[in-house]
Design a protein around this ligand. Sequence first.
Ligand code: PGA
Length: 239
Amino acid sequence: MEVRIFNNADEIAQAAADIFTNLIRAKPACVLGLATGASPVETYRELIKRCKKGVISFKDVKTFNLDEYCDLPRDDENSYYTFMHKNLFDSVDLPAGSSHLLDGNAADPEKEAAGYEKLIELAGGIDIQLLGIGRNGHIGFNEPSDKFTEHTYKVKLTESTIEANKKYFDDGKMPHYALTMGISTIMQAKIVPIATGSEKADAIGAAVLGPVSPSCPASVLHEHKDAVMLVDKAAAAKL
Ligand code: PGA
């Protein structure tokens, strides 16, 4: 995996946006894997700017998001559906039917997960997956565990993740389950992991240096042949 170290989140956003800009210009009908959380917000802001200037267009692009909370209405302010609309989709020329998010309220999560995998396959696979990394090393919502996951599935979130994300929710309202792409799903794409801040340093260390262990899911990236990690100096402190 290639690792690029930057001074700040703005420089990371420029570099990530450059990677996506090059892809979209070379392959207008590409398939993007998208992420939520704090890490990608500035990258999306930069992509919006470039779209408004006419540098890129999303009109033939398809997108698939990594994950979505369960038991949260789609239009809740904290759903990833709302996040993506607010931070990217509503401000670019991506056609309404071209963005895909898992339905965290599906009556049959297994069927929802299998259908999502099928949609990714029918789209020809994800060209580039933008990826945040949790402070506990989770990728998507694949939490530390005793085995690596494969395809999209329903997961129970760990205390660490609930602790990290509960600030966004009113007391006690943070969902405890999510649907997420599995590790194998994620690993099929070219991956652009991004991270800032010292609380990510352990996970970034494991992702770059190994050892590969499901106790730190990000460590699987160590084996990825086509990944470009973009981090700031604080996140790179253990390298
Ligand atoms: P963050 O989350 O970008 O909000 O730090 C990353 C993640 O938990 O995957």
